[in-house]
Design a protein around this ligand. Structure first.
Ligand code: TRP
Ligand code: ZN
Length: 891
């Protein structure tokens, strides 16, 4: 094996941060838009930062042609500067500088979707994290902030709409069929928040009155033909504006706020100042193309990007190692926004459950693999690889822990102080922590370890009850596994919310020995040492502990619950999260045991206790349908895999299917009633109550199809044929295409799939669903994926389409992807290599599907290693892919 390849990429370290040698004050740019050669003229005023050890004037630039470089009115000679490794360095620059730069960009050939690119004939930019340097030479780092004025010029017919950040201050005709628009952003900003959009677009717009009485213009821009799909995004935007005013006292600071949708986008959306650019997936919705999940996704992403205006834009990051400062905080804010909009206590809990599911399934897995990194990383090769679930979702958990420790009002005080201190600045995670500590007086020194140490802590609980002394004692101990580059871990500051249930299922009054605070339900214990014992006094009966309520910390909790205790919690816990958790623990136990039984070829059996516990929940109409749905949903195959040292995807699949079929068999009539009692006739509405009903009904349907007969097949077929909305149509189609029934039924399922394609072939987002549904069905093997790749609607160049087929197969169909002959990995390698040429960011995301290769049996490991090596040895590999595969191979 060649070992030299994987070790070459240049690593950037957090400890090497130095302040910029020059600040930027003003930036004026003129764009002459042309897909073949867009000319960009930039004039910027700069001044020396005397506090920096960097004495040179350093600009970054990549993939652009430099036509002119003038400093203080004089053309710079080639000897006055150097260009190497993406850096343009001017030696001996004076303290005050005006630079004039002319560059040329081949936007039409830019398939990376970073920098300036063309999608469907329209121009878009994506500058986070380091895309601005593909537009002009610039100190493209987030701690350099300037005031931008942008003039866009282009053909009137091809580019009737010309947008950039801030306010439109001039527009007009240039003659010769061209026109211009000038935009001025009144707020200074880092270059990663720059954006322009130009092309044929139409908008839904509205004047909206802020709480202060000021009126703002809101616009949602889309391609012609999509104006019937913008209302929900507009509503979500208005809800976001209102929510940030009410919950955090934060007002929109611009007179105009624009959202633009593009079908070619690497991520979900981007918070460019006043001009958010979105993946169409997170804008376009109407009942016939979008599911309840899509509606919820749009609401949360619109919220997320809008909330960045304060957490990210007004207060930004000093360097990219601080990325979670804006992302973790903004995810926490969007999670709270969605929860507040649902309103009910159960609704909030279900949202929390959904968020924790993602954290456990994806982030815990990342934390246990070769790409594990702290919430504030110490190094990276390619920053784009660090837009991870650790930065986003674990980062949000870290913010949530402040909230849990300081309380609702305490957290708000901390936020207020954060903005008071840092508005207009580029700061670090430590500054946020300091604001939380200083505003509350809470000692948060040790809390810093949540930023510096990677890995998922494990908290072990042990309890004992002394009936004579009426004391219930709980000992909590913490450990954290090694992660790449980090072995000895120090104890974390962990908030552990706890309640104690009596035999009647009610919460006991809590009084900690030696402390004055009491609670009628939940207390937050602060675990700071490796091991700590807490004693509750006045406990007159042996309770059932409900530990880590509402998932108060991103840890794995180990406690030797009996099945009876879990049943008691599932039936009674006042904390809905832990009520759900108890059900998941019962399920996981069985799924692990059954997986082992599958491997040993033993007979499989599901016990009555579990079946009856689920029956009781399913039939408990006092419970919200959304809650019954999440309780009924078994841990995913990926979650079950986390329970094993060596993962056997086929056996896990078999065991899980067995449990689904057994439940369907035993709960058939209960499932049928749940189905019938949760129909939502009449006009579709995506509100929480109706969505919850559809959710429960469709989970019931999926179960019914796991123990199939002709009647249940007909139920699904009828639902598909008569569906009035995409939620019901897709749920039915998914059921049908996973159906293992008679040849006649299989044929009918195939016909439904075809009809779906025909009916929606002009709706790209629905065709994505069509590919996704097939890619994640157990009936889809590697050969079937290859066949689907030949379909005329498939292309690797569109990230949404690539994700719908390829990513779903590699990540959401483990029993097929991990085929024993290694054919899944061979396909993976081919596609990573193909994508690497087109779009390194997307390629690197796909590359991560083999992160955990060391967790599989030897024969699979050998195939995976070969596939990883094949990628690693590819010529012209991007930094993005190289970092991922070299870290995997080194593990
Ligand atoms: N800042 C964006 C968000 O979280 C993320 C993002 C959008 C992004 N596009 C990107 C990050 C491209 C890296 C590259 O909302
Ligand atoms: Zn974000």
């Amino acid at each position: 094996m060649r070992t030299d390849i994987a070790s070459q990429p240049l690593t950037i370290f957090r400890k090497d941060y130095i302040a910029p040698g020059f600040w930027v004050d003003t930036v004026e740019m003129g764009f002459d838009l042309d897909p073949i050669a867009t000319h960009v003229a930039t004039r910027m005023t700069m001044r020396r930062n005397h506090d920096s050890s960097e004495k040179n004037l350093v600009l970054f630039g990549e993939t652009i042609k430099l036509l002119q470089l003038r400093m203080n009115g004089v053309n710079l000679k080639k000897s006055a500067y150097s260009i190497a490794d993406g850096k343009l360095t001017i030696l001996n620059a004076p303290d005050v500088v005006t630079l004039e730069i002319e560059t040329v960009i081949a936007a039409g050939k830019n398939t990376s979707m970073s920098g300036l690119y063309v999608s469907n004939g329209n121009f878009f930019t994506q500058c986070e994290a380091e895309g601005f340097r593909k537009i002009t030479y610039y100190p493209d780092r987030p701690d350099v902030m300037g005031t931008f004025t942008i003039m866009l010029r282009g053909d009137k017919k091809k580019y009737p709409v010309l947008l950039s950040n801030g306010n439109l201050i001039a527009e007009g005709d240039l003659g010769d069929g061209r026109h211009y628009a000038t935009w001025e952003d009144p707020f200074k900003k880092p270059s990663y928040l720059f954006a322009l959009v130009a092309g044929k677009l139409v908008c839904q717009e509205e004047k909206y009155k802020l709480k202060s009485g000021r009126k703002v213009l809101l616009q949602v821009w889309v391609e012609a033909g999509n104006l019937d799909k913008t209302q929900h995004a507009m509503d979500s935007l208005k809800n976001s504006i209102r929510w940030d005013e009410e919950r955090f006292g934060l007002e929109l600071d611009l007179d105009r706020f624009m959202i633009v949708a593009t079908s070619d986008f690497n991520m979900g959306a981007m918070e460019n100042k006043g001009l958010n650019i979105f993946n169409t997936k997170y804008v376009l919705a109407n009942p016939s193309i979008a599911t309840d999940v899509d509606y919820a996704g749009i609401e949360s992403v619109v919220g997320h990007e809008y909330f960045h205006n304060w957490t990210g834009n007004r207060v930004t990051c000093r360097d990219w190692f601080q990325l979670s400062l804006k992302e973790g905080l903004t995810v926490f804010r969007d999670q709270e926004f969605s929860a507040d909009l649902v309103g009910t206590e159960t609704g909030r809990a279900v949202k929390r459950i959904e968020d924790v599911r993602v954290l456990r399934q994806v982030q815990f897995s990342e934390d246990a693999g070769p790409m594990a990194h702290p919430v504030r990383p110490d190094s990276f090769v390619e920053i784009n690889n660090f837009y991870t679930v650790t930065i986003y979702e674990k980062g949000a958990e870290v913010v949530r822990m402040y909230y849990t420790l300081l309380g609702h009002d305490g957290f708000r005080k901390g936020m207020d102080l954060y903005f008071k201190r840092h508005d207009g600045q580029a700061v670090a995670c430590d500054d946020f922590r300091a604001a939380m500590a200083d505003s509350s007086g809470h000692d948060l020194a040790q809390f810093e370890r949540w930023y510096s140490q990677a890995g998922t802590p494990r908290v072990k609980a042990e309890t004992s009850y002394d009936a004579d002394a009426k004391i219930y004692q709980i000992t909590l101990s913490q450990t954290c596994p090694d992660t790449p580059g980090q072995s000895k871990k120090l104890p974390f500051h962990i908030p552990v919310a706890i309640g104690l249930l009596g035999a009647d299922g009610k919460d006991l009054k809590l009084q900690l020995e030696g402390q004055t605070t009491t609670s009628n339900n939940t207390l937050v214990l602060e675990l700071t040492a490796e091991s700590q014992t807490f004693r509750f006094t006045g406990i007159t009966q042996k309770p059932t502990p409900s530990i880590l309520r509402n998932f108060s910390a991103p840890v794995v909790l180990e406690y030797a619950y009996t099945d009876e205790e879990l049943g008691h919690l599932l039936a009674n816990d006042s904390d809905p999260f832990n009520r759900w958790e108890a059900g998941q623990r019962l399920a996981t136990r069985r799924l692990v045991k059954l997986t082992n039984a599958v491997q040993k070829g033993e007979e499989l059996e599901l016990d009555a206790m579990f079946i009856e516990a689920l029956r009781a929940t399913l039939n408990d109409t006092t419970l919200d349908p959304s809650f019954r749905e999440v309780v009924l949903t078994l841990p995913s195959e990926a979650m079950i895999a986390e329970e094993f040292a060596v993962v056997d995807p086929q056996s896990i699949h078999t065991a899980r299917q067995f449990v689904r079929a057994s439940l369907a068999q035993h709960l058939k009539s209960d499932l049928l009633s749940a189905y019938e009692n949760n129909l939502t006739p009449g006009k579709y509405s995506p509100d929480a109550v109706s969505a919850a009903k559809r959710g429960l009904k469709n989970v019931a349907l999926a179960y019914l199809l796991a123990w199939p007969d002709d009647a249940t097949f007909m139920l699904a077929k009828t639902q598909f044929d008569e569906a009035q909305n995409m939620t019901d149509r897709l749920a039915a189609l998914s059921g049908l295409s996973n159906f293992s029934g008679s040849a006649k039924n299989t044929k009918a399922a195939a016909q439904s799939l075809q009809k779906f394609y025909k009916d929606f072939k002009n709706e790209a987002l629905v065709i994505d669903k069509w590919f996704m549904l097939q890619a994640s069905a157990y009936t889809c093997d590697v050969a079937k994926v290859r066949e689907l790749m030949k379909h005329s609607a498939f292309t690797l160049s569109n990230p949404n389409r690539a994700r719908s087929l390829i990513f779903n197969f590699c990540n959401a169909n483990p029993a097929r992807f991990h085929a024993a002959d290694g054919s899944g990995y061979a396909l993976w390698a081919e596609l990573v290599i193909a994508l690497n040429k087109l779009n390194p960011q997307v390629a690197a995301r796909l590359a991560r599907s083999l992160d955990r290769w060391k967790k599989y049996p030897q024969n699979l490991q050998a195939h995976m290693k070969a596939a990883l090596q094949k990628v690693a040895e590819t010529k012209k590999l991007s930094k993005d892919v190289l970092e991922v595969v070299s870290k995997a191979l080194a593990s």
